[in-house]
Design a protein around this ligand. Structure first.
Ligand code: NAP
Ligand code: HSE
Length: 437
Protein backbone atom coordinates (compact mmCIF):
# COMPACT_ATOMS: atom_id res chain seq x y z
CA UNK A 1 0.00 0.00 0.00
CA UNK A 2 1.41 3.39 -1.03
CA UNK A 3 1.63 6.23 1.53
CA UNK A 4 0.51 9.69 0.42
CA UNK A 5 2.24 12.43 2.38
CA UNK A 6 0.49 15.61 3.42
CA UNK A 7 1.99 18.93 4.46
CA UNK A 8 -0.15 21.42 6.36
CA UNK A 9 0.21 25.18 6.45
CA UNK A 10 -1.52 26.14 9.72
CA UNK A 11 -2.65 24.23 12.80
CA UNK A 12 -5.34 26.54 14.17
CA UNK A 13 -9.10 25.89 14.24
CA UNK A 14 -9.33 24.17 10.85
CA UNK A 15 -5.80 22.73 10.81
CA UNK A 16 -6.36 21.20 14.26
CA UNK A 17 -9.71 19.81 13.11
CA UNK A 18 -8.09 18.32 10.01
CA UNK A 19 -5.35 16.53 11.96
CA UNK A 20 -7.93 15.30 14.46
CA UNK A 21 -10.13 13.79 11.74
CA UNK A 22 -7.16 12.15 10.05
CA UNK A 23 -6.00 10.69 13.37
CA UNK A 24 -9.42 9.50 14.55
CA UNK A 25 -10.77 8.26 11.24
CA UNK A 26 -7.57 6.99 9.63
CA UNK A 27 -8.63 3.32 9.18
CA UNK A 28 -11.94 4.35 7.54
CA UNK A 29 -10.22 6.91 5.27
CA UNK A 30 -7.57 4.39 4.23
CA UNK A 31 -10.28 1.76 3.65
CA UNK A 32 -12.02 4.23 1.28
CA UNK A 33 -8.75 4.96 -0.52
CA UNK A 34 -6.89 1.69 -0.52
CA UNK A 35 -3.84 3.85 0.21
CA UNK A 36 -2.12 5.03 3.38
CA UNK A 37 -1.99 8.73 4.24
CA UNK A 38 0.31 10.49 6.64
CA UNK A 39 0.61 14.07 7.87
CA UNK A 40 4.36 14.55 7.47
CA UNK A 41 4.94 18.23 8.26
CA UNK A 42 3.00 21.21 9.60
CA UNK A 43 4.02 24.88 9.54
CA UNK A 44 2.81 27.18 12.30
CA UNK A 45 3.67 30.71 13.33
CA UNK A 46 4.44 29.96 16.99
CA UNK A 47 6.18 26.67 17.74
CA UNK A 48 5.65 27.13 21.49
CA UNK A 49 1.86 27.40 21.35
CA UNK A 50 -0.10 24.52 22.94
CA UNK A 51 -1.96 22.51 20.29
CA UNK A 52 -5.40 20.90 20.42
CA UNK A 53 -4.06 17.70 18.82
CA UNK A 54 -1.22 15.28 19.44
CA UNK A 55 1.59 16.11 17.01
CA UNK A 56 3.90 13.25 18.01
CA UNK A 57 5.66 11.95 14.91
CA UNK A 58 4.80 15.03 12.81
CA UNK A 59 7.56 17.52 11.95
CA UNK A 60 6.53 21.01 13.16
CA UNK A 61 8.23 24.03 11.63
CA UNK A 62 7.85 27.78 11.59
CA UNK A 63 9.42 27.89 8.12
CA UNK A 64 6.44 27.74 5.77
CA UNK A 65 8.63 27.20 2.66
CA UNK A 66 9.74 23.88 4.12
CA UNK A 67 6.24 22.53 3.56
CA UNK A 68 5.82 23.65 -0.04
CA UNK A 69 9.35 22.60 -1.01
CA UNK A 70 9.37 19.32 0.94
CA UNK A 71 10.45 16.59 -1.50
CA UNK A 72 8.16 13.94 0.06
CA UNK A 73 4.98 16.03 0.34
CA UNK A 74 2.37 15.12 -2.30
CA UNK A 75 -0.45 17.39 -1.09
CA UNK A 76 -0.12 20.82 0.50
CA UNK A 77 -3.12 21.76 2.66
CA UNK A 78 -3.32 25.52 3.23
CA UNK A 79 -5.19 26.43 6.42
CA UNK A 80 -3.41 29.59 7.52
CA UNK A 81 -5.53 32.22 5.76
CA UNK A 82 -4.70 35.56 4.16
CA UNK A 83 -3.92 36.48 0.58
CA UNK A 84 -0.26 37.48 0.82
CA UNK A 85 2.06 34.77 2.10
CA UNK A 86 -0.58 32.08 1.47
CA UNK A 87 -0.68 33.03 -2.23
CA UNK A 88 3.09 32.97 -2.60
CA UNK A 89 3.29 29.59 -0.86
CA UNK A 90 0.56 28.04 -2.98
CA UNK A 91 2.18 29.36 -6.15
CA UNK A 92 5.38 27.63 -5.07
CA UNK A 93 3.55 24.42 -4.16
CA UNK A 94 1.68 24.29 -7.50
CA UNK A 95 4.85 25.11 -9.43
CA UNK A 96 6.59 22.31 -7.55
CA UNK A 97 3.94 19.91 -8.87
CA UNK A 98 2.17 19.50 -5.53
CA UNK A 99 -1.59 19.17 -5.31
CA UNK A 100 -3.27 21.75 -3.12
CA UNK A 101 -6.29 21.76 -0.82
CA UNK A 102 -7.35 25.05 0.74
CA UNK A 103 -10.15 26.45 2.92
CA UNK A 104 -9.10 29.99 2.03
CA UNK A 105 -12.07 31.66 0.31
CA UNK A 106 -10.37 35.07 0.27
CA UNK A 107 -7.47 33.62 -1.70
CA UNK A 108 -9.67 31.71 -4.17
CA UNK A 109 -12.09 34.62 -4.67
CA UNK A 110 -9.36 37.23 -5.15
CA UNK A 111 -6.62 35.23 -6.88
CA UNK A 112 -8.31 32.01 -8.00
CA UNK A 113 -8.18 32.89 -11.71
CA UNK A 114 -4.35 32.90 -11.61
CA UNK A 115 -4.10 29.95 -9.21
CA UNK A 116 -6.35 27.68 -11.30
CA UNK A 117 -4.34 28.61 -14.40
CA UNK A 118 -1.14 27.70 -12.56
CA UNK A 119 -2.60 24.39 -11.37
CA UNK A 120 -3.62 23.58 -14.96
CA UNK A 121 -0.16 24.49 -16.26
CA UNK A 122 1.50 22.14 -13.78
CA UNK A 123 -1.17 19.43 -14.17
CA UNK A 124 -2.07 19.38 -10.49
CA UNK A 125 -5.34 19.64 -8.56
CA UNK A 126 -6.49 22.67 -6.56
CA UNK A 127 -9.46 21.79 -4.32
CA UNK A 128 -11.39 24.26 -2.14
CA UNK A 129 -14.62 22.66 -0.86
CA UNK A 130 -14.12 24.03 2.68
CA UNK A 131 -13.91 27.58 1.34
CA UNK A 132 -17.70 27.85 0.99
CA UNK A 133 -20.29 26.98 3.64
CA UNK A 134 -17.92 24.98 5.89
CA UNK A 135 -19.14 21.42 6.21
CA UNK A 136 -21.75 21.51 3.41
CA UNK A 137 -20.35 19.88 0.25
CA UNK A 138 -21.92 22.66 -1.80
CA UNK A 139 -19.09 23.08 -4.31
CA UNK A 140 -19.46 19.47 -5.34
CA UNK A 141 -23.27 19.68 -5.32
CA UNK A 142 -23.47 22.77 -7.55
CA UNK A 143 -20.41 22.14 -9.74
CA UNK A 144 -20.97 18.44 -10.35
CA UNK A 145 -24.41 17.46 -9.06
CA UNK A 146 -26.23 20.20 -11.00
CA UNK A 147 -24.05 20.00 -14.11
CA UNK A 148 -27.04 19.10 -16.31
CA UNK A 149 -28.66 22.44 -15.55
CA UNK A 150 -28.35 26.02 -16.57
CA UNK A 151 -28.39 27.54 -13.11
CA UNK A 152 -30.71 30.55 -13.02
CA UNK A 153 -29.95 31.86 -9.54
CA UNK A 154 -28.59 30.97 -6.18
CA UNK A 155 -29.01 32.46 -2.74
CA UNK A 156 -27.40 31.47 0.50
CA UNK A 157 -26.68 32.10 4.12
CA UNK A 158 -22.94 31.66 3.70
CA UNK A 159 -21.43 33.21 6.79
CA UNK A 160 -21.85 31.23 9.98
CA UNK A 161 -20.70 34.04 12.28
CA UNK A 162 -23.21 36.50 10.81
CA UNK A 163 -26.08 34.04 11.03
CA UNK A 164 -25.09 33.16 14.58
CA UNK A 165 -25.12 36.86 15.54
CA UNK A 166 -28.49 37.55 13.86
CA UNK A 167 -29.98 34.51 15.59
CA UNK A 168 -28.61 35.42 19.02
CA UNK A 169 -29.76 39.04 18.62
CA UNK A 170 -33.35 37.81 18.64
CA UNK A 171 -32.89 37.05 22.34
CA UNK A 172 -33.93 39.94 24.64
CA UNK A 173 -31.01 42.09 25.76
CA UNK A 174 -28.45 40.45 23.44
CA UNK A 175 -25.40 42.60 22.86
CA UNK A 176 -23.77 42.59 19.38
CA UNK A 177 -20.18 42.81 20.65
CA UNK A 178 -20.66 40.03 23.23
CA UNK A 179 -22.31 37.71 20.72
CA UNK A 180 -19.46 38.29 18.26
CA UNK A 181 -16.95 37.44 21.01
CA UNK A 182 -18.68 34.10 21.60
CA UNK A 183 -18.60 33.38 17.85
CA UNK A 184 -14.85 34.06 17.92
CA UNK A 185 -14.38 31.75 20.92
CA UNK A 186 -16.27 29.01 19.09
CA UNK A 187 -13.78 29.29 16.19
CA UNK A 188 -16.37 30.61 13.68
CA UNK A 189 -14.98 34.07 12.96
CA UNK A 190 -12.23 35.12 10.56
CA UNK A 191 -8.90 36.37 11.92
CA UNK A 192 -10.32 39.84 11.21
CA UNK A 193 -14.00 39.53 12.25
CA UNK A 194 -14.97 42.62 10.24
CA UNK A 195 -14.78 40.21 7.28
CA UNK A 196 -17.75 38.39 8.81
CA UNK A 197 -19.66 41.40 10.11
CA UNK A 198 -19.23 43.62 7.03
CA UNK A 199 -20.04 40.90 4.50
CA UNK A 200 -16.57 40.52 2.95
CA UNK A 201 -16.34 36.82 3.82
CA UNK A 202 -19.79 36.19 2.33
CA UNK A 203 -18.76 38.16 -0.78
CA UNK A 204 -15.70 35.91 -1.16
CA UNK A 205 -17.95 32.85 -1.00
CA UNK A 206 -20.56 34.32 -3.34
CA UNK A 207 -17.83 35.08 -5.87
CA UNK A 208 -16.88 31.39 -5.88
CA UNK A 209 -20.47 30.11 -5.99
CA UNK A 210 -21.37 32.44 -8.88
CA UNK A 211 -18.33 31.32 -10.82
CA UNK A 212 -19.13 27.60 -10.55
CA UNK A 213 -22.85 28.17 -11.10
CA UNK A 214 -22.61 30.35 -14.22
CA UNK A 215 -19.19 29.49 -15.64
CA UNK A 216 -17.86 33.01 -15.17
CA UNK A 217 -14.46 34.20 -14.02
CA UNK A 218 -14.01 34.96 -10.33
CA UNK A 219 -14.93 38.64 -9.95
CA UNK A 220 -14.79 39.49 -6.24
CA UNK A 221 -14.39 43.24 -6.85
CA UNK A 222 -17.77 43.41 -8.59
CA UNK A 223 -19.84 41.96 -5.75
CA UNK A 224 -22.09 44.53 -4.06
CA UNK A 225 -21.37 44.05 -0.35
CA UNK A 226 -23.22 45.18 2.77
CA UNK A 227 -22.78 43.67 6.23
CA UNK A 228 -24.99 43.26 9.27
CA UNK A 229 -23.43 45.87 11.54
CA UNK A 230 -26.24 48.41 11.04
CA UNK A 231 -29.06 45.96 11.82
CA UNK A 232 -30.60 46.88 15.18
CA UNK A 233 -32.47 44.72 17.65
CA UNK A 234 -35.52 46.84 16.71
CA UNK A 235 -35.17 45.86 13.02
CA UNK A 236 -35.13 42.21 14.04
CA UNK A 237 -38.23 42.75 16.21
CA UNK A 238 -40.10 44.65 13.48
CA UNK A 239 -39.23 41.99 10.91
CA UNK A 240 -40.59 39.32 13.21
CA UNK A 241 -43.77 41.30 13.79
CA UNK A 242 -44.29 41.59 10.02
CA UNK A 243 -43.73 37.86 9.39
CA UNK A 244 -40.10 38.02 8.19
CA UNK A 245 -36.64 36.95 9.32
CA UNK A 246 -33.59 39.10 8.62
CA UNK A 247 -30.93 36.95 7.00
CA UNK A 248 -27.57 37.95 5.59
CA UNK A 249 -27.80 36.54 2.08
CA UNK A 250 -25.42 36.18 -0.81
CA UNK A 251 -27.39 36.20 -4.06
CA UNK A 252 -26.35 35.64 -7.65
CA UNK A 253 -28.66 35.64 -10.65
CA UNK A 254 -28.72 35.98 -14.40
CA UNK A 255 -30.37 39.15 -15.74
CA UNK A 256 -30.78 40.33 -19.32
CA UNK A 257 -28.01 42.90 -18.82
CA UNK A 258 -25.55 40.56 -17.07
CA UNK A 259 -25.08 38.94 -13.68
CA UNK A 260 -26.33 40.31 -10.41
CA UNK A 261 -23.90 39.54 -7.55
CA UNK A 262 -24.85 40.89 -4.16
CA UNK A 263 -24.43 40.30 -0.45
CA UNK A 264 -26.61 42.16 2.04
CA UNK A 265 -29.08 41.80 4.91
CA UNK A 266 -32.37 40.60 3.46
CA UNK A 267 -35.86 40.19 4.85
CA UNK A 268 -37.22 36.78 3.92
CA UNK A 269 -40.79 35.63 4.70
CA UNK A 270 -40.77 33.15 7.58
CA UNK A 271 -42.63 30.69 5.34
CA UNK A 272 -39.50 30.27 3.15
CA UNK A 273 -37.35 27.36 4.34
CA UNK A 274 -34.09 29.31 4.35
CA UNK A 275 -35.58 31.92 6.73
CA UNK A 276 -35.53 29.21 9.41
CA UNK A 277 -31.81 28.43 9.17
CA UNK A 278 -30.39 29.50 12.54
CA UNK A 279 -27.15 29.85 14.45
CA UNK A 280 -23.94 28.77 12.73
CA UNK A 281 -25.90 26.76 10.17
CA UNK A 282 -25.59 27.75 6.52
CA UNK A 283 -27.85 26.98 3.59
CA UNK A 284 -27.47 27.50 -0.13
CA UNK A 285 -30.40 27.47 -2.54
CA UNK A 286 -29.64 26.87 -6.22
CA UNK A 287 -32.29 26.98 -8.93
CA UNK A 288 -31.55 24.90 -12.03
CA UNK A 289 -33.67 25.05 -15.16
CA UNK A 290 -34.37 21.30 -15.05
CA UNK A 291 -34.16 20.41 -11.39
CA UNK A 292 -35.96 23.54 -10.10
CA UNK A 293 -35.20 24.74 -6.56
CA UNK A 294 -32.67 22.84 -4.45
CA UNK A 295 -31.22 23.61 -1.02
CA UNK A 296 -28.10 22.42 0.80
CA UNK A 297 -27.94 22.80 4.58
CA UNK A 298 -25.38 22.22 7.31
CA UNK A 299 -22.84 23.77 9.67
CA UNK A 300 -21.06 26.68 7.99
CA UNK A 301 -18.04 27.13 10.27
CA UNK A 302 -16.04 25.58 13.10
CA UNK A 303 -13.28 23.01 13.34
CA UNK A 304 -15.09 19.70 12.74
CA UNK A 305 -17.43 20.74 9.90
CA UNK A 306 -14.77 22.69 7.99
CA UNK A 307 -12.15 19.98 8.42
CA UNK A 308 -14.72 17.43 7.20
CA UNK A 309 -14.68 19.23 3.83
CA UNK A 310 -10.89 19.58 3.88
CA UNK A 311 -10.40 15.85 4.41
CA UNK A 312 -12.96 14.99 1.72
CA UNK A 313 -10.93 17.20 -0.66
CA UNK A 314 -7.73 15.36 0.32
CA UNK A 315 -9.45 12.05 -0.43
CA UNK A 316 -10.60 13.38 -3.81
CA UNK A 317 -7.09 14.53 -4.69
CA UNK A 318 -5.68 11.11 -3.87
CA UNK A 319 -8.34 9.41 -6.00
CA UNK A 320 -7.85 11.70 -9.01
CA UNK A 321 -4.22 12.74 -8.95
CA UNK A 322 -2.97 9.98 -11.23
CA UNK A 323 -5.73 10.48 -13.83
CA UNK A 324 -5.09 12.59 -16.96
CA UNK A 325 -6.08 16.21 -16.40
CA UNK A 326 -8.59 16.06 -19.27
CA UNK A 327 -10.57 13.46 -17.29
CA UNK A 328 -10.78 15.59 -14.17
CA UNK A 329 -13.49 18.07 -13.15
CA UNK A 330 -12.21 21.57 -14.02
CA UNK A 331 -11.55 23.69 -10.91
CA UNK A 332 -14.47 26.02 -11.57
CA UNK A 333 -16.67 23.35 -13.16
CA UNK A 334 -16.43 24.66 -16.74
CA UNK A 335 -13.63 24.07 -19.23
CA UNK A 336 -11.03 26.75 -18.44
CA UNK A 337 -11.18 28.25 -21.95
CA UNK A 338 -14.99 28.48 -21.75
CA UNK A 339 -15.20 30.74 -18.70
CA UNK A 340 -16.93 34.02 -19.52
CA UNK A 341 -15.84 37.40 -18.28
CA UNK A 342 -19.44 38.58 -18.15
CA UNK A 343 -20.75 42.00 -17.14
CA UNK A 344 -21.99 42.39 -13.57
CA UNK A 345 -24.95 44.74 -13.22
CA UNK A 346 -25.06 47.66 -10.77
CA UNK A 347 -27.03 47.19 -7.55
CA UNK A 348 -29.34 50.12 -8.36
CA UNK A 349 -30.81 48.19 -11.30
CA UNK A 350 -32.40 45.51 -9.12
CA UNK A 351 -36.15 45.52 -8.52
CA UNK A 352 -37.54 44.37 -5.21
CA UNK A 353 -39.62 45.58 -2.30
CA UNK A 354 -38.09 47.26 0.72
CA UNK A 355 -38.42 47.64 4.46
CA UNK A 356 -37.76 51.23 5.49
CA UNK A 357 -37.29 52.35 9.07
CA UNK A 358 -36.96 56.01 10.03
CA UNK A 359 -37.35 58.21 13.04
CA UNK A 360 -39.62 61.18 12.32
CA UNK A 361 -40.90 64.12 14.34
CA UNK A 362 -44.33 63.16 15.59
CA UNK A 363 -45.95 66.27 14.06
CA UNK A 364 -49.05 66.81 11.94
CA UNK A 365 -48.39 66.57 8.21
CA UNK A 366 -45.08 64.67 8.40
CA UNK A 367 -46.57 61.43 7.12
CA UNK A 368 -48.21 63.29 4.22
CA UNK A 369 -44.81 64.72 3.20
CA UNK A 370 -43.22 61.26 3.36
CA UNK A 371 -45.92 59.60 1.25
CA UNK A 372 -45.78 62.46 -1.28
CA UNK A 373 -42.01 61.95 -1.74
CA UNK A 374 -42.47 58.20 -2.17
CA UNK A 375 -45.34 58.72 -4.63
CA UNK A 376 -43.15 61.04 -6.71
CA UNK A 377 -40.85 58.03 -7.31
CA UNK A 378 -43.82 55.75 -8.03
CA UNK A 379 -43.38 53.98 -4.71
CA UNK A 380 -46.51 52.84 -2.95
CA UNK A 381 -46.71 51.72 0.66
CA UNK A 382 -47.89 48.16 1.16
CA UNK A 383 -47.71 48.35 4.94
CA UNK A 384 -47.22 51.13 7.49
CA UNK A 385 -46.50 50.80 11.18
CA UNK A 386 -45.91 53.67 13.62
CA UNK A 387 -44.94 53.56 17.27
CA UNK A 388 -43.37 55.94 19.77
CA UNK A 389 -39.60 56.10 19.49
CA UNK A 390 -37.96 54.43 22.48
CA UNK A 391 -35.03 56.89 22.51
CA UNK A 392 -36.93 60.18 22.16
CA UNK A 393 -40.56 60.82 23.24
CA UNK A 394 -40.99 63.55 20.56
CA UNK A 395 -40.21 61.19 17.72
CA UNK A 396 -42.08 58.32 16.15
CA UNK A 397 -40.55 55.21 14.62
CA UNK A 398 -42.03 54.62 11.18
CA UNK A 399 -41.83 51.27 9.44
CA UNK A 400 -42.82 51.13 5.77
CA UNK A 401 -42.95 48.16 3.41
CA UNK A 402 -42.94 49.24 -0.23
CA UNK A 403 -44.21 47.65 -3.40
CA UNK A 404 -41.65 46.28 -5.88
CA UNK A 405 -39.58 49.20 -7.13
CA UNK A 406 -36.32 49.80 -8.95
CA UNK A 407 -33.53 50.45 -6.46
CA UNK A 408 -32.49 53.67 -8.26
CA UNK A 409 -36.03 55.04 -7.71
CA UNK A 410 -35.90 54.07 -4.05
CA UNK A 411 -32.53 55.81 -3.70
CA UNK A 412 -33.99 59.01 -5.18
CA UNK A 413 -36.86 58.88 -2.69
CA UNK A 414 -34.62 58.11 0.30
CA UNK A 415 -32.33 61.01 -0.60
CA UNK A 416 -35.34 63.36 -0.68
CA UNK A 417 -36.70 61.96 2.59
CA UNK A 418 -33.42 62.48 4.39
CA UNK A 419 -33.57 66.18 3.41
CA UNK A 420 -36.81 66.63 5.38
CA UNK A 421 -36.33 68.50 8.69
CA UNK A 422 -38.76 66.07 10.29
CA UNK A 423 -36.58 63.03 9.59
CA UNK A 424 -34.03 62.23 12.27
CA UNK A 425 -30.85 60.18 11.80
CA UNK A 426 -30.04 57.79 8.98
CA UNK A 427 -32.89 55.99 7.23
CA UNK A 428 -32.59 52.19 7.37
CA UNK A 429 -33.48 50.17 4.30
CA UNK A 430 -33.54 46.38 4.00
CA UNK A 431 -34.26 44.58 0.75
CA UNK A 432 -37.05 41.98 0.83
CA UNK A 433 -36.75 38.77 -1.20
CA UNK A 434 -39.25 35.93 -1.51
CA UNK A 435 -36.73 33.58 -3.22
CA UNK A 436 -39.08 32.03 -5.71
CA UNK A 437 -41.82 31.26 -3.19
P1 NAP B 1 -6.64 30.13 12.74
O1 NAP B 1 -7.31 29.37 13.82
O2 NAP B 1 -6.25 31.53 12.99
O3 NAP B 1 -5.34 29.28 12.30
C1 NAP B 1 -4.38 29.81 11.45
C2 NAP B 1 -3.14 28.92 11.52
O4 NAP B 1 -2.19 29.36 10.57
C3 NAP B 1 -2.46 28.94 12.89
O5 NAP B 1 -2.03 27.66 13.25
C4 NAP B 1 -1.25 29.85 12.66
O6 NAP B 1 -0.13 29.50 13.46
C5 NAP B 1 -0.94 29.57 11.22
N1 NAP B 1 -0.30 30.72 10.59
C6 NAP B 1 -0.84 31.92 10.33
N2 NAP B 1 0.07 32.73 9.76
C7 NAP B 1 1.20 32.01 9.65
C8 NAP B 1 2.51 32.28 9.17
N3 NAP B 1 2.82 33.47 8.68
N4 NAP B 1 3.42 31.31 9.23
C9 NAP B 1 3.13 30.10 9.75
N5 NAP B 1 1.91 29.77 10.22
C10 NAP B 1 0.96 30.73 10.19
O7 NAP B 1 -7.52 30.15 11.41
P2 NAP B 1 -8.68 29.13 11.00
O8 NAP B 1 -9.96 29.59 11.57
O9 NAP B 1 -8.24 27.75 11.19
O10 NAP B 1 -8.79 29.49 9.43
C11 NAP B 1 -7.83 29.02 8.52
C12 NAP B 1 -8.34 29.20 7.11
O11 NAP B 1 -9.56 28.48 6.96
C13 NAP B 1 -8.69 30.64 6.73
O12 NAP B 1 -8.43 30.84 5.36
C14 NAP B 1 -10.20 30.72 6.97
O13 NAP B 1 -10.85 31.71 6.19
C15 NAP B 1 -10.60 29.34 6.53
N6 NAP B 1 -11.85 28.85 7.08
C16 NAP B 1 -12.07 28.90 8.43
C17 NAP B 1 -13.25 28.37 8.94
C18 NAP B 1 -13.55 28.39 10.41
O14 NAP B 1 -14.68 28.01 10.79
N7 NAP B 1 -12.64 28.80 11.26
C19 NAP B 1 -14.19 27.82 8.08
C20 NAP B 1 -13.93 27.78 6.70
C21 NAP B 1 -12.76 28.29 6.23
P3 NAP B 1 -0.16 29.67 15.07
O15 NAP B 1 -1.18 28.67 15.53
O16 NAP B 1 1.19 29.34 15.51
O17 NAP B 1 -0.59 31.07 15.31
N1 HSE C 1 -15.83 33.04 9.32
C1 HSE C 1 -16.51 32.13 8.47
C2 HSE C 1 -17.96 32.07 8.84
C3 HSE C 1 -15.89 30.77 8.57
O1 HSE C 1 -18.31 32.49 9.95
O2 HSE C 1 -18.76 31.59 8.05
C4 HSE C 1 -16.47 29.78 7.60
O3 HSE C 1 -16.11 30.09 6.29
Amino acid sequence: MKTVKIGLLGLGTVGGGTVEIIQKTLPEIQRRLGQRIEVAIIAVRDLNRARSVDTTGIQLTDQTEEVVNHPDVDIVVELMGGTGLAKTLLETALSNGKHVVTANKALIAEHGNELFALAKKHQVILNYEAAVAGGIPVIKAVREGLAANKIEWLAGIINGTGNYILTEMKKPGADFAKVLKVAQELGYAEADPTFDVEGIDAAHKLTILASIAFGIELQFNKVYTEGISKISADDIRFAEMLGYEIKHLGMASRTEAGYSLRVHPTMVPKSVLIANVSGVMNAVMAFGDHVGPTMYYGPGAGAGPTASSVVADIIDVIRWKDQPQADQVPGLGFAADQLESAPVVAIDTIETSYYIRCFAKDHTGVLAKITAILAASNISIEHLHQEPCSQNAEDATLILITNTVKESDLNTALAALSELDAIEEEIMRIRIETLGS
